[in-house]
Design a protein around this ligand. Structure first.
Ligand code: DC
Length: 217
């Protein structure tokens, strides 16, 4: 079973994807991390993330970079959003994501274009959203817990700018697939969002296999 979990930054899609992978014993790929590695490598090279040539060169990042904690920072997230606009970068990362999706037994992938471009045949597609206010609040609390000084307004402005860029890029923009189920986590706690997602996957699986939900996974 391929499960595609797409959605906006800080919507909770990563947490949900990880939990679904554990619950259904499937391997999980956070595809945003690949774009983050490209953004970070471009910065390390002293390149301009808005320049398609510099961004493409950064796609040859060393595998070890994927373990760099700096990839999780807001700064790297911004760089990732900028390099991800270039079609050549998206093409360079396509095969790796596609191969992961098609491995025997299936997989869970989270990102922006999994249900539309990487694995349009996915049996289950979730599109996770949350209001800018809810997402900014979550990020703010996360960063405060890490002892970082940040302003809620700055985070909200940054998230809105990133959404705008992800939604309006020409190649593989952030958009829900026609057959995706939208899950709004604005008013949900972590465990509630996960429980809701597990229920959606079970119902979808039963539907596509023409079996009662009680007999499914
Ligand atoms: O999910 P994330 O915040 O780690 O993603 C960082 C950026 O990477 C995001 O702003 C857009 C880009 N991205 C993408 O274009 N396509 C994906 N499948 C995943 C991420």
């Amino acid at each position: 079973m391929i499960v595609a979990v797409d959605g906006t930054t800080a919507s909770g899609k990563g947490t949900i994807a990880k939990a679904l992978a554990a619950r259904f014993s499937l391997p999980h790929l956070d595809t945003g991390l690949l774009y983050r590695a490209v953004g970070r490598q471009c910065w390390l090279d002293g390149g301009d993330p808005d320049d398609p040539v510099a961004a493409l060169a950064a796609c040859a990042f060393p595998e070890g970079l994927l373990a760099d904690p700096e990839l999780r920072s807001e700064e790297t997230g911004g760089l990732a959003s900028r390099v991800s606009v270039h079609p050549t970068v998206r093409r360079a990362l396509f095969e790796r994501q596609r191969a992961f999706a098609l491995q025997p037994g299936g997989a869970v992938l989270d990102g922006r274009d999994i249900g539309t471009v990487i694995a349009p045949e996915a049996e289950v597609k979730l599109f996770v959203i949350a209001s800018v206010e809810a997402r900014a609040r979550r990020r703010f609390l996360e960063m405060q817990a890490q002892g970082r000084e940040v302003s809620l307004e700055d985070i909200a402005t940054d998230l809105a700018a990133r959404d705008e860029r992800d939604r309006n890029r020409k190649d593989a923009p952030l958009v829900a697939a026609d057959d995706a189920v939208v899950l709004d986590t604005s008013e949900l706690g972590r465990e509630e969002a996960i429980a809701e997602a597990i229920g959606l996957v079970k119902r979808r699986y039963a539907q596509t296999h023409g079996i009662p939900a009680s007999k499914g996974i």
